[in-house]
Design a protein around this ligand. Structure first.
Ligand SMILES: [Zn+2]
Length: 188
C-alpha cells in the first residue's frame, strides 16, 4: 500500500529527502532537506508520482493540469499524462505568476493545480489566482509533500501524498550544532 511510510521511503531512495545537518536559505538549521529535482531526473519516479496524484483526482472531469514553474512543470506533465488531459504551466511575472507561451484557461474549465511541495502555499496560491481570474473551475490542488502539517487553507480541496515536517532551529538553539555535527550548505 502506498501510504505515508511508503512515500517517505521512496523520497529517501530518490534523494529527495536528505537527513543530516543543513543550513537553510533562511539562515536557520535543520535535520532535513527536501529537493525534488532528483526524483524528476528519473522518469519512472516522475511517472509514479504523477500517477499517484492523478489517482486522487480520477473521475472529477479534470480537463487541464496546471503547475508553477519550475517545480510544477514536470509534475503537471506526468499527472496530465496519467489523466489523459492537457498540461500547462505558469511562470513568475514580478510578484505574481502568469500564463505565457500561448497557454490560457477558459471560463468553467475544470482544472487541477499541482506542485511538488507546499510550505507557505505561496506559489500555489499565485497559480490559483490565475485560475480564478480566468474563471476556471478549480477541482483541487495535488501535491507530493505537505510541509504545513495540514494548516494551509487554499479554499479548494488539497490532497498530498505525504506530510513531511522540516523542523528548523535558530543556530544558537540547534541541537545538531550542540552535537558537533558538520553543517552542510545544500545547493538547491
Ligand atoms: Zn545547527
Amino acid at each position: 500500500m502506498r501510504d505515508h511510510a511508503y512515500w517517505l521511503e521512496r523520497l529517501k531512495k530518490w534523494g529527495v529527502l536528505r537527513e543530516g545537518h543543513f543550513l537553510l536559505t533562511s539562515g536557520r538549521h535543520s535535520n532535513r532537506f527536501l529537493l525534488f529535482a532528483p526524483a524528476f531526473s528519473l522518469p519512472p519516479a516522475a511517472e509514479e508520482l504523477g500517477q499517484a496524484i492523478a489517482e486522487q483526482f480520477q473521475g472529477q472531469g479534470i480537463e487541464t493540469v496546471v503547475g508553477p514553474a519550475m517545480g510544477g512543470v514536470l509534475l503537471a506533465h506526468e499527472v496530465a499524462r496519467a489523466l489523459g488531459v492537457r498540461s500547462i504551466y505558469a511562470e513568475k511575472d514580478g510578484e505574481r505568476m502568469a500564463l505565457r507561451r500561448g497557454f490560457s484557461l477558459r471560463p468553467g474549465e475544470r482544472v487541477l493545480v499541482v506542485e511538488d511541495a507546499v510550505s507557505t502555499g505561496g506559489s500555489v496560491q499565485k497559480v490559483l489566482d490565475i485560475c480564478h481570474e480566468a474563471g476556471a473551475a478549480v477541482q483541487g490542488v495535488g501535491i507530493i509533500a505537505d510541509r504545513t502539517g495540514g494548516s494551509v487553507d487554499l479554499g479548494v480541496p488539497l490532497k498530498a501524498l505525504l506530510t513531511i515536517e522540516v523542523p528548523s532551529y535558530a543556530p544558537p538553539d540547534c541541537p545538531l550544532c550542540r552535537e558537533g555535527r558538520p553543517l552542510e550548505r545544500p545547493k538547491a
